[in-house]
Design a protein around this ligand. Structure first.
Ligand code: MLT
Length: 263
């Protein structure tokens, strides 16, 4: 546990070595990275926070902002004694935060991994949907959101996989209402990062599931094309949770990239 901005944040930490910061998506938590902490923990030190209001981390009064969530992650690095450059990896909402970290503290970032995410901001219709979702969660609870997301997160071919849907549901069950509503506002108001992509000058890996139903694969292709020298890995039989749906191929892609950054 670490204190930041009066909020206690829980996190997982693997070993010493170059640090990989793994930022989870919405409305999940650091448990989504258990396999990566296991598989990559000997190569790099993995720090995987539960964002405020998710997993074992306390919430705070909404709204949240990307700036606040990025600053939580930077504060965690400080609390964990990580003084060096890091490799930042973010899944979906975690990718929005990773781009915000790059905006706030470019000197800390030696590598970037964007997983099932996008650079564009929400459309006006998307922003209205965020508010509707927040109102619905506050009025009747998050079950409907969780039901929809547990299915949409997976590629159609994996939607019947009970082990996967149960795992996703279990993670979602740990999200607090404050966390959900706060993060919805942060996503609604996030800046468009498209114009910063051509300026990204650190090694970058873009990983995406071919059958992502939340962020179409074309968005990842556009992001990778806009970042000089980015590598793009598209995983078959995977949707919006590629590390859970295609775990072996996912870890190989991460491993190869991390090794190349370390050389
Ligand atoms: C996520 O998986 O983090 C969210 O679906 C991202 C979003 O809603 O924009």
């Amino acid at each position: 546990m670490t204190d930041h901005d009066d909020v206690q944040l829980a996190y997982q930490d693997s070993c010493s070595g170059p640090t990989l910061l793994l930022i989870h998506g919405f409305p999940l938590n650091s448990t989504m990275w258990d396999a990566e902490i296991d598989e990559l923990g000997d190569l790099v030190r993995v720090l995987a926070p539960d964002l405020r209001g998710f997993g074992h981390s306390e919430g705070s009064t909404p709204p949240y902002s990307m700036r606040m969530l990025a600053s939580d992650c930077l504060g965690l690095l400080e609390a964990a004694g990580v003084g060096d450059e890091i490799i930042v990896a973010g899944h979906s909402m975690g990718g929005y935060i990773a781009l915000e970290i790059l905006r706030q503290a470019p000197e800390r970032v030696a590598g970037l991994i964007l997983i099932a995410t996008r650079a564009a901001a929400d459309s006006p219709e998307g922003q209205v949907r965020r508010d509707e979702t927040a109102r619905q969660v506050q009025a009747v609870g998050p079950s409907e959101l969780f039901d929809t997301m547990a299915v949409k997160m997976l590629a159609p071919e994996n939607a019947e996989d009970e082990e996967l849907t149960d795992f996703l549901r279990a993670m979602m069950a740990d999200a607090t209402e404050q966390g959900i509503v706060g993060a919805l506002a942060a996503m609604r108001d996030r800046p468009d990062s498209t114009s910063m992509l051509p300026q990204i000058d650190v090694p970058t890996l873009v990983i995406h599931g071919r059958d992502d139903q939340i962020v179409p694969v074309a968005e990842a292709e556009a992001v990778a094309a806009a970042i000089p020298n980015a590598q793009l890995v598209i995983l078959d039989n995977a949707g919006h949770a590629p590390n859970l749906e295609a775990p072996d191929d996912f870890v190989v892609a991460m491993w190869n990239f991390l090794e190349s950054v370390g050389e």
